[in-house]
Design a protein around this ligand. Sequence first.
Ligand SMILES: *Cc1c(COP(=O)(O)O)cnc(C)c1O
Length: 408
Amino acid sequence: MNKDKKIFKLITLEQNRQHNTINLIASENYVSKYILKAQGSCLTNKYAEGYCNKRYYGGCKYINKIEKIAIIRAKKLFKAKYVNVQPHSGSQANFAVYNALLKPGDIILGMNIKHGGHITHGSKINISGKIYKSITYGLNKNQNIDYKQIKSLALQHKPKLIIAGFSSFSKICNWKKFYKISRLTKSFLLIDISHIAGLIAAKLYPNPLKYADIVTSTTHKTLCGPRGGIILSNNKNLYKKLDKSIFPQTQGGPLMHVIAAKAICFKEALNKNFIKYQKQVLKNCKYMCNFFLKKKFQIISNKTETHLFIINLTNLKITGLQAQKILNKANIIVNKNYIPDDKQNSFITSGIRIGTPAITKRGIKHKTAIYIAKLISNILKNISNVNIIKKTKYKIKKICNKHPINKL
Ligand SMILES: *Cc1c(COP(=O)(O)O)cnc(C)c1O
């Protein structure tokens, strides 16, 4: 068989792009070579509908062992009594939870996408906002989560489900307040830790399993694993419902190559080095954020306690899209991001999100992180200066060559 030259050439080009750019996308990371190997393994050939020892296909002897190991490790990592490692993605995990708990037309209360929520938390452009009656909360004047608003909306609408968790909020969330509100209104509480799972695994962010009925997450963001999702719970009334909701109700065969890679990811996250890594993620982020504050940039919530922060660009009179494009020319990759109550649409936006999981994974420490922040600041304050972009691109390449990603 001839190898597909077109596709393999594009993979090589993407590999080079990943090596030659400084990636500040808060939701991205680089996996270890072991995870990459498991995900590219023969396990992709296997059908295994069902769960360990209750499969609809023969030949699952080794598959069962792999899934069991993944589950045991995830339970230990997050202190959960129940884990489902089969969701294909974070979104699939959320839909399975909604499908398990809700009927069409039920009320859900989640974070507004413009304030940092995820599209699957009830956005009108997403099926979660179409099937269910979605009400949203946001940030208050101090750009902290508005617990008062959540409480009053919950009392007013009596949602069947309250969703906590976010894609772009830079501070520590008070899970206990969410818990208290959810008990007051007899709502289920889902906490989506997609972004912060790695920080939680390293005990650098409060673990919500004590408070949530259900926790969902991706495995590919701060957790450094393969692209995928997981569901966790300590509410024993829900375990069966959740399993059924993934298979057969919303998914077919599990991706066993990804589940093997998830198992490796959980093992890596249980290692002491993982805590060291996450501490450096936080340190790099804090130093970068403080640099921007010193240079009078507006930061949403005015600080970061996580792996990310959002820069409000309105006072610089540039949009998120413009900033993303111009930085891209200098091989610095960020994503445009809504700011609270953004006047621009989702393709333009008024902010950019900066995250440090990926640069930290390639070994960058805080001095270089500050240097990168300086380069970004310089570009954003002189966006029509082509010379600065050229010079920055050269400097970025030098940093990249010092921190290769193929040996992780
Ligand atoms: C990224 C993210 C998801 C979705 O994950 P996918 O794997 O892209 O489907 C869900 N919830 C939150 C809060 C996220 O940040």
